[in-house]
Structures are given as C-alpha cells and as structure tokens.
Write a protein of this length. Sequence first.
Length: 271
Amino acid sequence: MHYIYNAPFMEEMKKTTANMYRLGWDERNGGNISYMLDEKMVGVYLDLDNVIRRIPIGFNAKPLIGKIFIVTGTGEYFKNISDDPESKLGIIRIAEDGCTAELLWGYKDGGKFTSELPAHLMSHMARLSVDPENRVVTHCHPTYTLAMNQVVPLEDRIFTRALWKTCTECIVVFPDGVGVLPWMVCGNNAIGEATAEKMKEYRLVVWGLHGIYGTGKTMDEAFGLIETVEKAAQLYMIPGSMPRINTIEDDQLRAVAERFGVEYRKDFLDL
C-alpha cells in the first residue's frame, strides 16, 4: 500500500486549495472542492473495503453510486489543508442506497464534507451527462467577479457578453458562456438543483452575490476557467466610471472563435 500523502490527487488538492486561498478567492472557510477519483488509483493507497463511518448526504445521488470523491471538509480553511490534509479533507464513496457517503479516509477530527456537497454532486451528475470525462467541481468567491455582480445584470447572456468583450481570450476559454443564478440561500438542495440545471449548458455558474462554480476534466481546467473569468472581471471593474472607449465588437468575437475553432454561443452575439 502506497503512502496516500504522496498521491497525485492529494498533491493537486493541497496545491490548488493553497493557491486559491493565496489569491483571496477562499477567505476563512469559504469555498469547497470535490474531485472524482479513479477507483484503481485510490485502491493503490487505501483499503477500499475499510469504511470508517457512514454519513448521510441529504439527497439521492443514485447516478453516482460507487463513485469515489476527495472533498474539502465543512468549516475548514483552505490555508490549513496542506498542513493537515487528513483532518481537512475526506475521501468518500457514494453507497449503494445513493443517500449515504462511506468515509474511506480523512475527517479524522470527526468532521464531514462541505455543506455544499449536494450542490457538488448534483453538478457532477449534470456535467457527466454532458461530458463523461468531467471530474472536478470547484466553488469559490473571486473578488472582482463578485464586484461585477453588483453592476452587471445577473443574466447569462448579459454577464457572458460583458466578460467576452473585455478580454480576447474569454470566448476561446469559455465559448459556452457563463450561467448566472439570482441570489439564493446557500447550503440547501434548491440552489444545488438550480446550479445543476445550468450545468447542463455551462461549465461555469455564478451564484449571484456569492461566488462561482467551475467544473472540468482536471483540476487545472476547472481552476483555469475561474481564473480567466476573474481576470476579465478585474479588467471590467478597474476602469470604474471612466468612459469605455474600446471594446471587442461582436464580429471580432466571432472572428476569434472561428480562428480557434471553438463552438460558441452564437445567440449571445448581436450579428
């Protein structure tokens, strides 16, 4: 049995959470990550027959039965994960009833997964129905993206266009656009269901006046999507009330998308 602290997925979680905290996206215990793992890889590091305890999920995740995830813990600060991953992280498997998580490793101080786990699992199910390679769901609170929430209508098309027209790479990195939800109470199934519905169309979903969800095949992809949105939001917000003399026009956005051969939301452009 190999030492789990050296597992590639553990290194990814430690590095990513530390980086997100450093960037100011995950203040205090804000934000959470769930990462679907390959069973064979996990089996190299853990005895998969040894279930430490069982924890109710709070909804039925039947399509994910048997799937294994490493998930950040509730109330945990991202800045502390590298120093004590066994307390701050947990590896869980969705049990046969679909409503229970089997703890295989972690949460050694008696803790549990993030309160947003239902929203994560619903998003995983939605994204897997579109892209069977989707493995990562990341939630955080990027500063400029949240600031932009206060000055741009919380509508998919309007918000996406504001980002696309600010920075040339945006339509290439997220040609599918950004889904946007109105403000909702977090930590319940209602916001998870609304997020999952958006995830059928988008890899990025903004929670109005709260944060953003980013998904992907890898940790880098999910992180990079959010990173690109946040950079564009920063560029959008920095000019403030100064007149915007230059912007990327719709025909230019089309030209960029076609140059890089990406399938973009044509209904988001005025052509």
